[in-house]
Design a protein around this ligand. Structure first.
Ligand code: IVH
Length: 672
């Protein structure tokens, strides 16, 4: 061996020390999400290492942190035959399927006790990572399960893939399998960048991840920030641990990320885990499409074996799909209460996340342009949470040429009024003061449960009021006579008088409901309550300046300007006056401001299960009237979970997070 000078020796030592330090910080950052140093400090260390390696190319090793940044673009990917095929999983879509899987496993186990491991099914793509003496030497995509593509350069760019295992296994050759994916935030960033560059958006994080791993230029891959959860380890064709649980522990120890998991002695526990994770699905930083259930014992796994496609010892429990493909039969334009024109796609009905979907919003003209959607197109639609379904992208391969372009109407499709779209705004609006579509939408909003709660004033009736011109604004409701209402089509005297009684009763609703019911832009239920409590009368709210509005905590400038503009309009001021004259309460109910109390102000509540003595809307109103907020999902930020009868997974999650859980009685005590 050639003699090395002391200076070379110390350079080699410095390089090794830098690498060790960088690896430590990478793990803290990418695996534990808990960095100790700033990004700038990390970059400085990396730059120092890069400089030293540039001076001493003979000292560069494949596991150096500098090797992540990506080398030269590849011409194409080489094929690679997997030592042991990368199988797929059988799917199950309901609890019965899971129980049937359990039955089969118990039969195969023939009386022997065993456990399951339940872990998240990450929605990405699987890759195999080969380590020799602890150093990453190869990354291969799943491909068709038998033959994949060698994407080593790209795999190196994934920061949660250790380039060197922290602890060597006694086996020299180790294969780690896992799911590469893009975090939601990263996915959104990539799509925003693509949009700016006029490139088509990716439909979902999975497509984006698989497009990324097959990118020939590793620099692009590095910039895209793929991530990885490891879920299996092999030594040659064998599994080197006695249980899957131990394998996952080892993976974590040597520097991989492993997704949330649970060791389950029974299928009932597996089901509980599935339900629990479904409830928190939207709060995860990555997309999951279900839970994977595996028999824990490696010996039993080997015994149960596999079909040509999938193992008999594992199953995927899939959550209801949130995306579907269907055809756009037509595009119509709806007019909202502020005159906003919203294009809506009428779809060939399709089953999605448990409901039949036949409409999806297209938001506005720019969105239609961005998507390039035409009438007759096949599209992917998505439904997440409680949001109305939206169109994600056009399936261009299914175009026939018969599709028709859609143009936003130049006139209001309902009243024929002028449509205006001011410079810089995305929304086109009908500006006609007497637009019947707007009036109808305003009436329905005013009468809705969370506003003035006029039961019985539904779509058909609102239509008739508007068409007959009996009602020209919401104040007209209070001067309707029995004769007028009973004279409407399909309206018996009894229901007419019921409706009038409802309208009369609505005079007593409190100021927050009235302010919300007016339908001022940007003023939702919560903002309305804040404004009402602050000003206490409609008159004082109407007289407030933008500055007076803007200084209120939780009221921003947009809301302040919108409220001010609304009351600056003469017609709106006249409307308020007529409501007051008609006997509608325009002052905060006595004492209402005092009921804001410590237990509620600024606190977050989640309602779950059925309450005996009040509806959800009433419970929500009671919380908000006291300055609290109601959110739909349980998180660390939740202060109280109100659990009624048959409370489900939200309650489980609350208990797990150690939150305050109140039953109905305790909740009522708190209200009182
Ligand atoms: S185990 C033989 N575990 O789901 C076992 N797969 O539908 C095969 N996936 O190809 C895979 N998360 O891409 C396993 N925790 C997990 C997973 C997981 C996601 C993917 C993987 C696989 C597909 C099967």
């Amino acid at each position: 061996m050639a003699k090395t000078s002391t200076s070379e020796q110390s350079t080699a030592q410095e390089i090794e020390a830098l690498r060790a330090e960088l690896r430590h910080h990478e793990e803290l950052y990418y695996v534990y999400d808990n960095p100790e140093i700033s990004d700038a400090d990390y970059d400085a260390l990396l730059a120092r290492l890069q400089a030293l390696e540039a001076e001493h190319p003979e000292l560069v090793t494949p596991d150096s942190p500098t090797q992540r940044v990506g080398g030269r673009p590849a011409e194409k990917f080489e094929q690679y035959v997997h030592r042991r095929p990368m199988l797929s999983l059988d799917n199950s879509y309901n609890i019965e399927d899971l129980r049937a899987f359990d039955e089969r496993c118990r039969k195969l186990a023939d009386g022997r006790a065993f456990e399951y491991v339940a872990e998240l099914k990450i929605d990405g793509l699987s890759i195999a990572l080969h380590y020799e003496s602890g150093v990453l030497v190869r990354g291969v995509t799943r491909g068709d399960g038998r033959i994949g593509e060698d994407v080593t350069q790209n795999a190196r760019t994934i920061r949660s893939v250790p380039l060197r295992l922290k602890e060597e296994h006694k086996e020299m050759e180790i294969e780690v399998r896992g799911e590469a994916y893009l975090a939601r935030k990263v996915f959104e960033r990539i799509n925003a960048e693509r949009e700016e560059a006029d490139e088509p958006r990716f439909a979902n994080p999975r497509n984006a991840a698989s497009g990324t791993i097959r990118q020939l230029d590793p620099k692009i891959v590095a910039a895209r920030r793929l991530d990885l959860f490891a879920y299996d380890v092999l030594a040659g064709e064998r599994k080197p641990f006695d249980t899957h649980w131990h394998a996952l522990d080892w993976l974590e120890r040597v520097g991989f990320r492993v997704s949330p998991r649970r060791l389950c002695p029974t299928i009932a526990e597996v089901i509980a885990f599935c339900n629990k994770m479904e409830a928190v699905r939207d709060e995860l930083e990555y997309e999951i499409d279900g839970v994977v259930v595996k028999v824990n014992s490696t010996a039993l796994q080997d015994e149960f074996g596999a079909t040509t496609k999938s193992p008999r010892w594992a199953i995927a429990y899939k959550y209801p799909a949130r995306q579907a493909t269907t055809k756009i039969n037509d595009i119509i334009v709806q007019v909202g209460r502020t005159g906003a024109l919203t294009p809506v796609a009428l779809l060939e009905p399709v089953q999605l996340a448990g409901t039949v979907v036949s409409r999806a919003t297209l938001h506005n003209e720019d969105e239609i342009k961005r998507l390039g959607v035409r009438i007759g197109d096949w599209v992917t639609i998505e439904k997440s949470g409680e949001i109305i379904p939206k169109v994600l992208n056009v399936v261009e391969s299914r175009r026939t040429g018969a599709e028709k372009r859609f143009r936003m109407p130049k006139a209001c499709p309902v009243c024929g009024g002028v449509v205006s779209r001011p410079e810089g705004e995305v929304v086109a609006r009908c500006v006609a003061a007497d637009c019947t579509a707007q009036l109808k939408a305003r009436l329905l909003h005013f009468a809705s449960r969370r506003a003035m709660r006029i039961e019985g004033l539904g779509d058909a009736l609102a239509d008739q009021f508007v068409q007959t011109k009996l009602v020209r604004d919401v104040a007209d409701l209070y001067t309707l006579t029995l004769e007028q209402v009973a004279g409407l089509e399909r309206m018996a005297e009894k229901s007419a008088s019921n409706l009038l009684a409802q309208i009369a009763a609505s005079r007593e609703r409190d100021l927050p409901q009235l302010v919300f019911g007016l339908g001022i832009r940007h003023v939702g239920e919560r903002t309305a309550a804040i404004l009402a409590r602050h000003f206490r009368t409609l008159e004082r709210l109407g007289a407030a300046t933008v500055e007076e509005l803007d200084v209120i905590p939780e009221i921003g400038l947009t809301v302040a300007e919108s409220v001010h503009d609304w009351f600056a309009d003469e017609g709106n001021r006249a409307l308020c006056e007529r409501l007051r004259v008609a006997g509608v309460r325009t002052e905060l109910a006595a004492g209402a401001e005092e009921i804001t109390n410590e237990a509620f102000a600024g606190k977050q509540f989640v309602l779950t299960g059925r309450l005996e003595t009040m509806t959800r809307d009433e419970a929500r109103a009671a919380i908000e009237a006291r300055g609290g907020r109601v959110t739909s999902s349980v998180s660390k930020k939740t202060d109280y979970v109100i659990a009624g009868e048959e409370a489900g997974s939200k309650l489980d999650k609350a208990r797990e997070l150690g939150l305050n859980v109140l039953d109905e009685q305790a909740f009522k005590a708190l209200l009182a």
